[in-house]
Ligand binder design. Structure first.
Ligand code: GLC
Length: 535
């Protein structure tokens, strides 16, 4: 991608931050009603401070009917009563900041809840009304208009359900996700105006950053033509109009010293990097790293591609192993196919959790050693596996809309275990939490892991604390045997990861700073193990 055209900017916090994702519903239950809430998060802030994270990204905490876990927002300026109040959110933001932890909120611009006042007004106003222009309402095709206006595929993997729903008055409306999430019309100035106001609203409440949900989907071809595989431009993904939207968002952020992280799933590295130009988004999630199998060659290519695609635009990379949408890391790495792909998720996939955990420990040291920002999803630091949720308890629309074939995402959203010997593993509920916890959940509890120097939590705490030794400089690959990743950063600090059976010698004259597992009797690095060393 050529030479860097922008000199690296000053070292802003977000360029090397460790950012912890809080899925409020499942983090900690402060009022005992079975659902996590802001009171639960406030009570656990010392835990997050001890973990050493720089920022918290909160999955949507706004008023929502929860048809898609809060990604169906009815009011972007109100906290859902199940989670608390706006005043509590303000307190939480301030208390976290006192502990040196910044807050990132999650804005969902592609769609709103069908309960949002705009959509309710559009329903009431009827076909042809200005209220409907804020969304994508169209007459159907076919003689009686009984066919959907186009053939776009659902954005929920595994779903064969249409992305259009017909109303009794004959109009159809577009929803790339569920019918309860109507897509906004981003060609309408009121939609842009409203979202810039929402950004200001949260920046004025002290948030330091905004995660942008489904960031590459907002703009649509105004003609809404049928989807033709491979036709450029795509009618609803990665359209050029998006860049103008994000340039004006950037101006709002710059007024408040705020930063963005975009949820941009795009296979094309060059197209992806366009979102990270200096006057657009500061960062975007690295889904190619998240999807990468546990294979030295593939990981090295993923790291190199990531660094090469970010360099020309001067944006820092991000390193992500999991989030609330994907299979938990220890489970994914314990399977035959260690990559992530929405299309291959299935019930009953055989999993070796001991193997997956060993690899996840090594992957934690790998990602925390790379240049850029690192995301940690709640429970990742506890090594939680993907849980099997009884089918009658699954709430995720990805399962419900797949006709019961896709397990959905609830398996990575199970309420956290805090105290082994407390009801519901100390999640805080008086009755069973909104999703059931597996029977062995207590073995992952924070109190148990805090008392165990060999636990995943102990490893994360040590690694996050030590991470600044890598400095801010670039990564330099070191010569290493096949199947071993070895690189140095500033001050002679190195990371080695062995992904193959043959034990690897550590470079001579190095001091061991941290290891993801024991070395062998000869002091060599065994398979699926990582170390941090200092020359
Ligand atoms: C994003 C969210 C996901 C949600 C979808 C629709 O991909 O991460 O959880 O279902 O957008 O808002």
């Amino acid at each position: 991608m050529g030479q860097p055209t922008h000199a690296p900017k000053g070292h802003d916090w977000w360029r090397s931050a460790v950012i912890y994702q809080v899925y409020v519903r499942s983090f900690a239950d402060g009022d005992g009603d079975g659902t996590g809430d802001l009171a639960g998060v406030r009570a656990r802030l010392p835990y997050l401070a001890e973990l050493g994270v720089d920022a918290l990204w909160f999955s949507p905490w706004y008023l929502s009917p929860m048809k898609d876990g809060g990604y169906d927002v009815a009011d972007y300026r109100a906290i859902d009563p199940a989670f608390g109040t706006l005043a509590e959110a303000e307190k939480l933001i301030a208390e976290a900041r006192e502990l040196g932890i910044r807050t990132v909120v999650d804005i969902v611009p592609n769609h709103v809840s069908d309960q949002h006042p705009w959509f309710q007004a559009a329903l009431a106003a009827g076909p042809g009304s200005p209220e409907r222009e804020l969304f994508h309402f169209r007459p159907g095709r076919g003689p009686g208009g009984e066919l959907p206006p186009n053939d776009w595929p659902s954005q929920f993997a595994g779903s064969t359900e249409p992305v259009w729903t017909r109303l009794p008055d004959g109009d159809w409306y577009l929803h790339l996700f569920t019918p309860e999430q109507p897509d906004l019309n981003w060609a309408h100035p009121a939609v842009r105006q409203e979202h810039e106001d929402i950004l200001r609203f949260w920046f004025e409440r002290g948030v330091a950053g905004v995660r942008i949900d489904s960031a590459a989907l907002l703009a649509k071809d105004p003609d809404l033509p049928d989807f033709v595989e491979g036709r450029d431009p795509n009618p609803f993904v990665d359209r050029d109009e998006l860049h103008d939207i994000y340039r004006s968002w950037r101006a709002v952020a710059d007024d408040h010293d705020g930063v963005f992280v975009g949820e941009v799933w795009l296979p094309d590295a060059e197209r992806f990097a366009r979102y990270l130009r200096p006057d657009e988004l500061h960062t975007a999630f690295n889904f190619s790293f998240l999807s990468c199998p546990w294979d030295a060659g593939r990981l090295r290519t993923s790291i190199d591609t990531t660094l090469a695609e970010h360099a020309p635009v001067g944006a820092p990379a991000t390193w992500v192993l999991c989030n609330h949408d994907v299979t938990r890391t220890v489970t994914r790495y314990g399977r035959t196919d260690t990559g992530f792909d929405f299309a291959i998720k299935a019930f009953g996939t055989p999993t070796d959790l001991a193997l997956g955990t060993r690899r996840a420990r090594a992957a934690a040291l790998l990602s925390l050693a790379l240049p850029g920002a690192v995301y940690v999803y709640q429970g990742e630091e506890l090594g939680l596996p993907e849980a099997d949720i009884p089918r009658d308890r699954i709430e995720d629309p990805m399962y419900l809309r797949s006709g019961g074939t896709d397990p959905g995402r609830d398996g990575c959203r199970v309420p956290l275990p805090w105290v082994a010997d407390a009801p519901y593993a100390g999640f805080g509920s008086r009755e069973e939490p909104w999703l059931p916890q597996p029977v062995d959940w207590t073995s992952y509890a924070v109190d148990r892991q805090s008392a165990d120097a060999g636990s995943m939590l102990a490893l994360y705490r040590a690694a996050v604390r030590l991470r600044p030794v890598f400095g801010e400089g670039p990564l330099m690959w070191l010569p290493a045997p096949e199947g071993v990743l070895a690189f140095a950063r500033a001050h002679g600090v190195m990371c080695l990861v062995n992904l193959v059976d043959r034990p690897a010698d550590l470079p001579s004259g190095t001091q061991l700073l941290l290891a993801s597992g024991p070395l062998d009797a000869e002091g060599r690095l065994p398979k699926d193990t990582a170390v941090w060393l200092r020359a």
